[in-house]
Design a protein around this ligand. Structure first.
Ligand code: BTN
Length: 258
């Protein structure tokens, strides 16, 4: 088992102006960055194992030692509070593009808002959190969990997959992390300038729910309809049975089998 190594990551990294924090064990890489004093540097936290890895909707993220990528970065998003919803979709796209570049034979898809799917199974997940809002912008923490070399577990109840399950080879996590960092920051810079709309054609090409009959569970309601893609701020467009459209800002989508 080859562990994370900062020098190896940097050997493959184009963008060197990042501060890295590597841990064997930590509660959560997102949590580590939440407690880091504010500054203008770009901080990245990586761990071999998380004891309290967290997912969306208060779920836990299964984080066994040395097998996967548990990655978080802190980024200062200037003057764009309204862009926050799009940011989590953008991060999903960056992960999907990074993984697709591994020559996966099938397409990587994105299940709104930001589950990364391969062959109908979840391959990676993203959790975006806000650390602090200031008058100039917002410190955001982008947490990414990718199932890389894990091939067995009974701890996950959702249907899941990993790169090793799909490709039948061990993946070098140091190289993959370097590619992820470069892709993510390239995309974040473009996102700050142009917003999510610049990425919509790419996102739509990977839209897992497009034209699927879905149910959406939100804290307040359960709605059913046909998924019609996402809009310029990352809301899911759902056509209800009465023909009206509803724009969803959050929720958990499930495809209805017909
Ligand atoms: C999801 O529910 O799909 C989001 C999962 C996000 C998991 C990652 S692993 C690295 C970072 N640290 C955490 O505690 N969570 C995120």
């Amino acid at each position: 088992m080859i562990l994370f190594n900062q020098d190896k990551i940097r050997q493959h990294l184009l963008r060197q102006d990042v501060t890295m924090h590597l841990f064997e064990t930590i509660d959560s890489t997102n949590q580590f960055l939440q407690t880091l004093p504010l500054d203008q540097a770009i901080h990245i936290c990586l761990a071999e194992q998380q004891t309290a890895g967290r997912g969306r909707l208060q779920r836990a993220w299964h984080s066994p030692f040395g097998q996967n990528i548990y990655f978080s970065c802190r980024y200062f998003l200037k003057n764009h509070l309204e862009a926050l919803s799009g940011l989590s979709l953008l991060a999903g796209l960056s992960v999907a593009e990074t993984l697709q570049a591994l020559q996966l034979p099938q397409n990587v898809f994105l299940k709104w808002p930001n589950d990364v799917m391969y062959d109908q199974h979840k391959l990676a997940g993203i959790l975006v959190e806000i650390q602090k809002i200031t008058s100039e912008g917002c410190y955001v923490i982008i947490g990414i969990g990718i199932n890389v070399n894990m091939t067995e577990t009974t701890a996950i109840t959702q249907s899941w997959t990993s790169l090793k399950k799909m490709l039948a080879v061990d993946i070098d996590r140091n190289v993959l992390c370097a590619h992820l960092i470069d892709q993510l920051f390239r995309d974040l810079n473009r996102f700050e300038l142009h917003g999510l709309k610049d990425f919509l054609p790419l996102w739509r090409a990977r839209d897992y729910l497009f034209q699927k009959h879905v149910t959406l569970q939100t804290p307040l309601s359960l709605i059913t309809g046909m998924a019609q893609g996402v809009d310029e701020v990352g809301r899911l467009i759902v056509r209800l049975t009465d023909g009206t459209q509803q724009l969803m800002t959050s929720g958990e989508a499930t495809i209805v089998k017909q």
